[in-house]
Design a protein around this ligand. Structure first.
Ligand code: HEM
Length: 517
């Protein structure tokens, strides 16, 4: 009897709490400003059925014309906020960066050895430590220390192109891999150092295989799939996860031990890991772990990469930008010729360009900016999330990790909408480096940093990327040209630019281009 009374009492209490909490939520909903406008969601599915999954930017563009620059939608129960203009992006990610610098989390990050990736990490102390390590190595005034390495890597790419011009996408992949291995681990891509490169390649391969976007959605929807024992029939995700975790451990440890051993043998040149270790006490385990993790981030991979060789995401982005540059050159031979004439005038024909030539080559500078504008290769950016709720322009922006306030859904077409905003960039689809010049013939102040994100999560590698792309483009144009390939009758094969969809885009029309010296 006593038990029954207690049970009844508990049930009534639970009911009262539930009703009160519902009323509180209801009152709060009534008293708070409205959510941003957006399409009406279906129960459970949200707006997922109206989304073009292969080309979500088409849906976002359609929504944009109806709902404006900031849109609220739900995808399978997950709220997302689509930011559709540069102005709103700056307001939120820069002016209110203390609120909008988190990242949405997923249970698959840890299961697929991606939780140590700075780009996916929640806003907090571990992320701050990573950013500090990157900042020390890659801030604007640190980058000239890498000029010699970048130049050497560009020359290596040129030798590759000279020997084997057909294979230029591959040489464009090797270029960032060569300089990054050197800058981070003082390691060459030679046979002697193969175990470092092998650990990186194995990690990349396993992540790309195991971390496909469809599998990721399945695991997020049914997290128990990751709890199954690995021997369980059909537990493929679990087995893939275990392999990735091992490879994730190796990709941090093997290159790190390589640096430590060479430091002990006094056989180490300057590099990110050695420099960071020299600044750190041996007992500071937290920082040492962060050094291992941050160093390997340059070699981390994302879902959906479709490339001839799997290297990392940051390096792939550099390669993809170079391939966009080559596409722009083959489609705009007059731009290529004008840049080559500038290089011939400033550098002459007896040597190759180096970084000292940069201020005297404004047209090449404009080509670099126009390449970043014409086709940004990280069309979705990386999603941001809020740490607290906010009110923006009269709209309520909810708090919480499920709020994916994201460049992700902002970009590709919307992001291209920013870089293709006809009021800022007239005739936006045309490749016109001239748009970056002022009436007096000098370059304007628009350095196209738009493609590297905003605020506290802005790309840490942007200054290095800028220097590496410039030196690669300068050396390429000084020595090579890219033209349309010829068919068996000697006629030019027309080029139809084709880009992969996904997190990072890869230009695929290279089969109808040829590089000549
Ligand atoms: C053309 C090449 C590259 C492009 C276009 C690019 C672009 C981006 C973008 C759009 C973001 C997201 C920024 C945001 O959330 O607002 C990002 C983040 C990041 N990038 Fe890059 N990136 C490139 C190369 C690199 C390289 C070479 C590195 C190597 C160090 C790198 C390291 C990172 C890291 C660590 C983050 C995450 C930052 C954070 O979450 O705090 N990126 N990048």
């Amino acid at each position: 009897m006593l038990n029954d009374e207690r049970g009844l009492y508990l049930a009534i209490s639970a009911l009262v709490v539930a009703v009160l909490s519902y009323c509180r939520k209801y009152r709060l909903n009534l008293s708070r400003p409205p959510l941003p406008p957006g399409p009406i969601p279906l129960p459970v599915l949200g707006n997922v059925l109206s989304l073009d999954s292969a080309r979500p930017w088409l849906t976002f563009n359609a929504w944009r014309s109806t709902y404006g620059d900031i849109i609220y939608a739900r995808l399978l129960g997950k709220p997302i906020i689509v930011v559709n203009s540069e102005e709103v992006a700056k307001d939120l990610f820069e002016r209110r960066s203390s609120i909008y610098s988190d990242r949405p989390q997923s249970i698959v990050y840890e299961a697929f050895a991606s939780d140590f990736n700075t780009g996916f990490m929640p806003y907090g102390n571990r992320w701050r430590l990573h950013r500090r390590i990157f900042h020390q190595a890659f801030h604007q005034t640190a980058v000239p220390a890498y000029h010699a390495t970048l130049l050497r890597s560009a020359h290596k790419m040129m030798f590759g192109l000279l020997r084997d011009p057909e294979n230029y996408p591959n040489h464009s992949l090797m270029f960032p891999l060569t300089y990054m291995l050197s800058i981070i681990y003082d390691c060459e891509t030679t046979a002697k150092d193969k175990h470092v490169a092998n650990a990186i390649t194995r990690y990349g391969k396993l992540i790309v295989e195991g971390f496909a976007p469809a599998a990721m959605t399945l695991m997020e929807t049914f997290p128990f799939l990751l709890q199954l024992p690995s021997w369980f029939p059909g537990a493929t995700f679990k087995r893939a996860s275990l392999k990735c975790i091992q490879a994730g451990h190796d990709v941090k440890e093997i290159p790190f031990q390589y640096v430590k051993e060479r430091m002990s043998a006094n056989d180490m040149g300057p590099c990110l890991v050695a420099d960071a270790l020299n600044r750190t006490s041996e007992e500071d385990d937290v920082t040492i772990t962060a050094i291992k993790e941050a160093a390997s981030v340059a070699f981390t991979v994302s879902p959906g990469l479709r490339l001839p060789i799997i290297i990392s995401l940051p390096l792939t982005q550099t390669t993809n930008t170079l391939l966009v540059f080559l596409l722009a050159m083959v489609l705009n031979p007059e731009v290529q010729a004008k840049a080559q004439a500038e290089i011939d005038r400033v550098v002459g024909k007896d040597r190759l360009p180096n970084f000292d030539d940069r201020p005297a080559l404004p047209y090449l500078e404009a080509i670099l900016r126009e390449t970043l504008r014409w086709y940004p290769v990280v069309p979705f950016g990386i999603p941001h999330a809020t740490t607290t709720s906010d009110i923006y322009n009269g709209y309520f922006i909810p708090e919480g990790p499920t709020l994916s306030l994201s460049l992700m859904y902002l970009n590709n077409e919307p992001f291209r909408a920013m870089t293709h905003d006809a009021t800022k960039y007239p005739s936006p689809d045309e490749f016109k480096p001239e748009r970056f010049f002022q009436d007096d013939g000098t370059l304007n102040s628009d350095t196209m940093r738009l493609g590297f994100g905003w605020g506290r999560r802005i790309c840490v590698g942007r200054h290095l990327v800028d220097a590496s792309l410039w030196i690669a483009m300068a050396n390429f144009l000084a020595f090579f040209s890219v033209h349309k390939a010829l068919d068996e009758h000697g006629m030019e094969i027309p080029i139809a630019p084709k880009f992969t969809t996904g997190f990072t885009v890869f230009e695929e029309s290279h089969l109808s281009q040829r590089v000549v010296c």
